[in-house]
Design a protein around this ligand. Structure first.
Ligand SMILES: Nc1nc2c(ncn2[C@@H]2O[C@H](COP(=O)(O)OP(=O)(O)OP(=O)(O)O)[C@@H](O)[C@H]2O)c(=O)[nH]1
Ligand SMILES: [Mg+2]
Length: 210
């Protein structure tokens, strides 16, 4: 009986850990967004040390965010340069959610954004490797980043990309939200949207318990 109660107690007290991938073209602001998350959700016992400079990512950065008493997030910030995007699919297997960032200050990149998003949602059908495909149930959040820039694209403009790929979204939970990863505007709201979906999708994509 003691063991049963202790087991239930331990299980109840375990934290849920979800993995989120930050994807998007180079310069879209993924690493800056991750740093802002670390700053906003810094643990009471720790201090946040802002990096002096953020260089283009080659490979990956991983950040741990304690969202609340129950939920932890493991955030994978992957390199966005064209020749490094091939690595993204290696992480699909661990993903509970995807955040795709768009540079709202760069209209010329919208078409490329659409193509990358299509590849993520609808991988080459010849690749019959389940691990390289994204689980159909996971939520996808698109961020219209750099909203602080004077000549930024509006969410409506960015939504057009989503509309064009909508047929590949199936029944996925998806949304477009405006943020400034640099200033922090909209960042908490964006994460909240994601965490609600991660919890809702728990039966399809169970978290890791820590
Ligand atoms: N104005 C503005 N600039 C931003 C914002 N977010 C990022 N930047 C700038 O955009 C540039 C690229 O930011 P990164 O965070 O390195 O972009 P990234 O997506 O990680 O790029 P890769 O690692 O090459 O894939 C930097 O100069 C950032 O300061 C934002 O919200 N507003
Ligand atoms: Mg980066």
């Amino acid at each position: 009986m003691f063991h049963l109660v202790k087991g239930l107690y331990d299980n109840y007290n375990k934290r849920e850990e979800y993995s989120i991938l930050l994807l998007g073209l180079e310069n879209s602001g993924k690493t800056t967004f991750l740093e802002k998350l670390k700053e906003l959700y810094v643990d009471k016992n720790q201090t946040y040390k802002k990096p002096k400079r953020i260089l283009p990512t080659v490979g990956q950065n991983v950040g741990h965010v304690k969202y609340d008493a129950k939920v932890s997030l493991k955030i994978w910030d992957l390199a966005g340069q064209a020749e490094l995007r091939g690595m993204w699919e290696r992480y699909f297997e661990v993903a509970h959610g995807i955040i795709f960032l768009v540079d709202s200050g760069d209209r010329s990149k919208l078409e490329e954004c659409k193509e990358e998003l299509m590849k993520i949602l609808n991988p080459d059908e010849l690749i019959n490797d389940e691990e390289k495909q994204i689980d159909k149930s996971i939520p996808i959040l698109m961020l219209a980043n750099k909203q602080d820039l004077e000549n930024h694209l509006e969410v409506e403009d960015i939504k057009e990309i989503f509309n064009k790929v909508a047929e590949h979204l199936n029944a996925r939970d998806s949304r477009v939200l405006p943020v400034s990863g640099l200033k922090g505007d909209g960042v908490k709201e964006a994460l909240e949207w994601m965490v609600v979906r991660l919890e809702r999708n728990k039966s399809n994509r169970p978290p890791n318990y820590k």
